[in-house]
Write a protein that binds this ligand. Structure first.
Ligand code: MF3
Ligand code: CO
Length: 257
């Protein structure tokens, strides 16, 4: 079963606050991406910022089956798609494509957002991949309207990406978000317009296209978390938490500080 969850005004106010914190932490992290910093240090920077803001990571100690996620954030470099595990040994190099994914819990509510940044010198193909993934997210968000189906968001993202000869990852999807990181409904970044539940005023969603330069297939690394492209070509990831309202989608994970 797949349904949408309608939030009260009190709840959407709380989710909005959590999202502002998540956006602040992501922005702070992005500003710290530079050649020579280790992904572990970047993760520490994010963890400290969360603590300063009175938030905690929703990723740290997140359980999936018998696996426990070991970091404050997900940092996925180049061929890594999502859920990258930070390491002291992985330092950021010139030209790296670095995907940052920040999920916080703040006063009991969740904010979830992600962004990919490129370190100089920026290759043309990396720039195209990252820019197109960002655009696909915003194109998808524009379909998050009262009365539309989830499938309209999914289909819009898929069309946008595939018409530009990039590929959409299938193994991971967007999701409802609010009190937990992953709530109903699932939001695939591919599919048919007439699928999924219809959107209502007061629904909060995390929309998150993951896009590959080569094939859409991914593998999981021996750490049990880090997803990588099977062909080891580049991948990018953008995500916002949004609120569906009668006057259109409101992007909640915008940094206002
Ligand atoms: N934005 C990611 C998601 O929605 C964050 C996952 S955190 C992890 O799946 F703990 F699962 F790694
Ligand atoms: Co998410």
């Amino acid at each position: 079963m797949s349904r949408v969850i309608v939030r009260s005004r009190q709840e959407t106010d709380k989710i909005r606050e959590a999202c502002r914190v998540a956006a602040d932490v992501l922005e702070h992290m992005a500003q710290n991406v530079r050649i020579g910093i280790s992904t572990h240090e970047l993760d520490q920077v994010a963890g400290k910022r969360m603590a300063q803001l009175g938030a905690e990571s929703a990723c740290l100690n997140y359980r999936a089956g018998s696996k426990v996620f070991p970091c404050h954030t997900c940092i996925s470099v180049n061929e890594e798609v999502v859920h990258g595990v930070a390491s002291l040994r992985r330092t950021v190099l010139a030209g790296d494509v670095v995907s940052l994914d920040v999920v916080v819990r703040y006063k009991g509510y969740i904010g979830d957002n992600a962004r990919t940044v490129i370190v100089d010198p920026i290759s043309e193909e990396a720039a195209f991949l990252v820019q197109t993934t960002r655009e696909a997210l915003h194109h998808g968000i524009s379909f998050a309207k009262v009365g539309n189906r989830i499938g309209q968001i999914s289909n819009a993202i898929q069309q946008y990406i595939e018409s530009r000869n990039l590929s959409i990852v299938r193994n991971f999807v967007g999701h409802g978000v609010g009190k937990d990181m992953h709530e109903e409904p699932q939001i695939p970044n591919f599919g048919r317009k007439n699928e999924g539940p219809r959107l209502k005023d007061g629904v909060t969603l995390a929309i998150e296209p993951m896009v590959n330069l080569g094939s859409h297939e991914v593998d999981i690394q021996p750490d049990g978390w880090t997803a990588v492209t099977r062909d080891r070509k580049l991948s990018a990831h953008f995500e916002h938490t949004i609120l569906v309202t009668r006057s259109g989608p409101e992007i909640l994970t915008i940094c206002k500080n």
